[in-house]
Design a binder for this molecule. Structure first.
Ligand SMILES: [Cu+2]
Length: 123
């Protein structure tokens, strides 16, 4: 087996492992912690609150089994999710508080309660 295919197999195994253990904190090199969130039928799997310190970089990898528009309240960020395609929600946590991340319907309105929350603690 060539080294390149061993590496490919290893990264695929790692990805599958990550997806099965969501959400989880990851440490890739000296990069700050990254989090993977898995949404199944509009509901988050595992813990529903992600915590950060103010001025930290928020970087959340999100997978959903259904297409949807996510809305981070307070920061007013929207993210379009395609079914089973990883998307990254990234922003600087400049404002402290507890922010709901909701799903929007086709008209842009909140169609459900929060899927998860992002808490940002003041410095
Ligand atoms: Cu909203």
């Amino acid at each position: 087996m060539k080294l390149s295919s061993i590496v490919e197999t290893a990264s695929l195994t790692l990805l599958v492992l990550i997806l099965s253990l969501t959400p989880i904190s990851l440490h890739a090199g000296n990069k700050t912690a990254d989090v993977l969130v898995n949404i199944v039928q509009g509901k988050i799997e595992g813990v529903d609150t992600l915590r950060y310190n103010q001025n930290e970089k928020v970087a959340i990898t999100i997978n959903s089994d259904k297409p949807m528009e996510l809305h981070v309240h307070g920061y007013d960020i929207t993210l379009n999710l395609k079914a089973n395609e990883l998307a990254i929600l990234e922003f600087d946590a400049v404002t402290a508080g507890r922010f709901a991340v909701t799903q929007h319907d086709a008209h842009g309105g909140d169609s459900h309660g929060a899927i998860f929350y992002i808490e940002i603690y003041p410095e």
